[in-house]
Design a protein around this ligand. Structure first.
Ligand code: NAP
Length: 793
């Protein structure tokens, strides 16, 4: 299958990079993973609000580890733990070594709530009340038709992922081959109040299976299956009379006096897509595989599909995906799904089969009672035994191909790094690749075995991984004595936590990095980054070529100089203004005259609807020229000056200063986060007056003090998205103000600077351009003094 979701070149006119259909746990997990990887995502969900049905409530050990590796367990808290599980009703201890042994009970509603909050915080665009009705696949994009709250919606993206459950509309509309078998048996269940019957845990009686469990609120959950009885044809849920009769036939007990709170039936229907990927259309969760809900494996399987797919898809849509990267999603997850389906069918047979399965159950119970048998089954159900096939890596006898850890999850452990004690889960939080250099084990022993001491190896690893520095974190750590990592030398861990390479030198590392984390540089630019431009493109080779920028208030002054400067570096610049259209048009003309690209956008800031109006124009302009609404650089420059003594400052004037200078930047950032991908830059223009007293500018300086807070706090929030945010504080800088035409005034102002001159707009524009470029990737949350030494005192 071709690897190019991002090829051929032209994802023209797309609304987003990925559309995820379904905002259940799998769709939300995928959306979060895509955002962590820097991909734009819109999630379409049919339901207008999250489901309140309890559905799946079991999280297994591997899922818990994954949630931990994204920092999500902190949001979930410590759920009740149940070490006891079962296999087809045969008791089975599910605990295996690891931080989260056994089963963890979290209502699906809570899992969804947490995943949604996380995905939204990362910038996913979740749209509820959207039912998908049409899907068409084109050579360079997919198009989805949906009914939305405001009428029909058409959206284009590079690809779509169906996470829309067992009755997947995407699967139906895409015509994907889904071999399946209808249910041959069913369990009917009900929550009944007002009955007093003994608890039964998977009791196989003469005529059928009965399960009864009384909850602390007095309600009893009953489940019953009559051996040999096929599911009844019915259109809706079974009625209570049906379960009363079945319960009587199987147990002899009468529960007809109870009050049914909920009645439902589920069968052993099962199916699995032949392929999880059909070009630009992919599937995850129940849309890809249908199984009987026994033991809570379906939800876990789906979440793990999402975590396998998200980062691969993000790499692919960034035009860096290696040949076959995306196909590895099907190649890795289809066999895992098939194995789970098979164990669920085996369990259904053991649980719902008639007396003829008793001998098999007896043999099975014996095997499950052995250490090896129990560990094998627990590994399968918990998801801890998943091992993907990894190619590449040196066969050096210690690490590399054939190392027992290769393809497995990074074993969770505590580590000692230069920065102190930490854990493997913490190192994976950002969803990046991890190159872990093992410097020894807690026994104090050496370099972790192998040929090269860890300190020397580190230099080699750093050199090899440098082209991937934006996607891979390199860490040296000591592991506890006896850790399976102790002899590994170094390991490369994929964002999903699976080990892709181990070695004692660097042989094979570059191949593995390229294979899994993507090409060091994107493939040649598509039309998406080639700005429409009829004049010669002098600035094509600038450091911001292919980037898009918004500079607010760029019709004049420093904003103007910044817009021109960013365009000189190759960025497509949105020149924003409030009233002075002529001035903004002049800036665009200047940019274009020199072979750059820009367009003007009007919106008055500080008034109701300001941000909405700004983004209408911005997104329209970006889309026309790039086919996307991606914004790489945001410069919050527009501002109104104060220059009013304390006594003359009216509440209205004060409110206006706050609205334009402080409120607008906050909400512009809030809105822009939907558009800003990984590597994005936000630069807010403050003022030297936050550190230089001037009693005539108190209210104005207050607004700039507020603007500086944006960098501090947003930097923390946006670091995981690889977006930087900084404040630039100009001193007195020449703008169109008449005061700069008065020589005495200029001389006096010049005296404030260490260079004895007033600033020119270009002095500040150069600083902004630096922060906007790749060289400034390590600077975030900073206050950058661009006052020409005015603050030196
Ligand atoms: P300027 O020449 O006065 O230009 C202001 C720009 O902001 C214009 O493009 C203007 O658009 C726009 N603008 C003003 N109010 C707006 C509103 N309510 N809605 C939308 N756009 C609005 O600016 P500057 O002197 O270069 O200053 C730029 C930034 O640097 C400001 O944040 C300022 O506070 C800060 N700063 C300036 C100095 C200085 O000495 N110049 C010193 C320190 C900090 P229109 O043309 O359409 O009106």
């Amino acid at each position: 299958m071709a690897h190019g979701i991002d090829t051929p070149d032209a994802p023209s006119g797309t609304d987003t990079q990925v559309i995820v259909v379904g905002a259940g746990p799998v769709g939300l997990m995928l959306a979060g993973e895509l955002r962590l990887g820097g991909a734009d995502v819109i999630v379409l969900e049919r339901l207008t609000s999250p489901t309140t049905e309890s559905r799946a409530s079991t999280l297994h050990a591997r899922t818990m580890e994954i949630l931990d590796s994204r920092g999500l367990l902190e949001m979930i808290g410590t759920p009740p733990n149940e070490p006891r599980g079962h296999f087809g009703g045969i008791p089975l201890d599910l605990t295996l070594p690891g931080p989260y042994p056994g089963q963890w009970k979290v209502p699906q509603t809570r899992t969804e709530e947490v995943l949604q909050e996380w995905a939204l915080s990362l910038g996913a665009d979740v749209r509820r009340g959207h039912e998908v009705r049409g899907l068409s696949v084109h050579p360079d994009h997919v198009e989805i038709e949906a009914t939305g709250p405001g009428g029909p919606v058409r959206l284009r993206a590079l690809c779509v992922v169906g996470c829309d459950g067992e009755n997947s509309a995407v699967r139906r509309l895409g015509g994907a081959d889904f071999p399946s078998e209808d249910a041959a048996r069913e369990l009917i269940r009900a929550d009944v109040a007002g009955i007093d019957i003994p608890d039964r845990r998977f009791e196989r009686l003469e005529n059928g299976l009965a399960i009864a469990a009384r909850r602390s609120d007095g309600v009893t959950r009953v489940m019953v299956h009559e051996f040999g009885r096929a599911p009844r044809p019915r259109t809706g849920e079974p009625d209570f009379g049906e379960i009363v009769a079945a319960w009587r036939r199987v147990t002899g007990e009468d529960i007809s006096g109870g009050t049914p709170l909920w009645v439902n039936a589920f069968g052993d229907a099962h199916g699995q897509l032949t392929s999880y990927r059909h070009g630009r259309v992919l599937f995850a969760g129940d849309a890809a595989h249908q199984q009987m809900p026994i033991g809570g494996q379906a939800l876990n399987l789906g979440l793990q599909d999402a975590v396998n797919l998200g980062w691969k898809l993000a790499v692919q849509v960034s035009r860096r995906g290696s040949e076959g990267l995306l196909d590895s999603y099907h190649n890795e997850r289809h066999p895992v799904g098939a194995r789970v389906l098979s164990n669920i069918r085996a369990q259904a047979t053991l649980l719902l089969g008639g007396p003829e399965v008793e001998p098999i159950r007896a043999v099975f119970a014996e095997i499950a009672a052995t250490d090896a048998g129990r560990a094998h089954l627990a590994g399968m159900i918990s998801g801890l035994d998943v091992r993907y096939e990894m190619d590449g890596g040196p066969a050096d006898g210690v690490g590399g191909a054939g190392h027992p850890l290769l393809g497995r999850r990074l074993p969770p452990t505590s580590l000692r790094t230069d920065e102190g004690e930490t854990g493997t889960a913490v190192l994976l939080r950002r969803g990046r690749g991890l190159l872990l250099n093992i410097s020894g084990s807690g026994s104090g022993g050496g370099s972790g075995g192998g040929s090269e001491p860890a300190s020397e190896r580190l230099d080699g690893l750093r050199r090899a991984a440098r082209p991937w520095a934006d996607r891979v974190t390199t860490v040296t750590a000591t592991v506890p004595a006896g850790s399976p990592l102790a002899d590994a030398g170094a390991v490369l861990v994929r964002p999903d936590g699976h080990i892709a390479w181990t070695g004692h030198g660097t042989d094979g590392l570059t191949t593995a990095l390229e294979r899994w984390l993507g090409l060091a540089r994107p493939r040649p630019a598509s039309r998406r980054t080639e700005h429409k431009n009829t004049t010669k493109r002098r600035y094509d080779m600038g450091k911001l070529t292919g980037k898009t920028a918004l500079v607010t208030g760029s019709s004049r002054g420093m904003g103007r100089a910044t817009a021109i400067r960013l365009a000189q570096e190759g960025a497509l610049v949105a020149v924003h203004y409030a009233t002075n259209k002529e001035a903004a048009d002049e800036v665009v003309a200047t940019i274009e005259k020199d072979g750059g690209s820009g367009f003007a956008v009007r919106a008055e800031l500080g008034v109701p609807g300001d941000v909405h109006e700004l983004f209408l124009g911005l997104e329209r302009g970006l889309k026309e020229r790039t086919g996307s609404t991606e914004l790489n650089i945001l410069v919050n420059n527009a501002g109104v000056m104060g220059g009013v003594a304390v006594a003359e400052t009216t509440p209205e004037a004060f409110d206006r200063l706050v609205a334009v200078n402080a409120r607008a930047p906050f909400f512009i950032i809030q809105r822009a986060l939907k558009n800003i991908p990984s590597g994005g830059r936000i630069i807010n223009i403050s003022s030297g007056l936050t550190r230089f007293a001037n009693p005539d500018e108190i209210a104005y300086a207050m607004t700039k003090g507020a603007v500086e807070q944006l960098a501090l706090h947003f930097a923390k929030l946006l670091g995981p998205r690889n977006i930087t945010i900084n404040s630039v504080a100009p001193g007195i800088t020449r703008n169109g103000s008449p005061v700069f035409d008065i020589p005495e005034a200029v001389e006096q102002m010049a005296g404030l600077s260490a260079f004895n001159r007033v600033g020119e707009p270009e002095d500040v524009a150069d600083v902004v351009a630096f922060l906007a470029g790749d060289e400034a990737r390590w600077i975030t949350g900073s206050f950058v003094d661009a006052t020409g030494g005015t603050l030196l005192g």
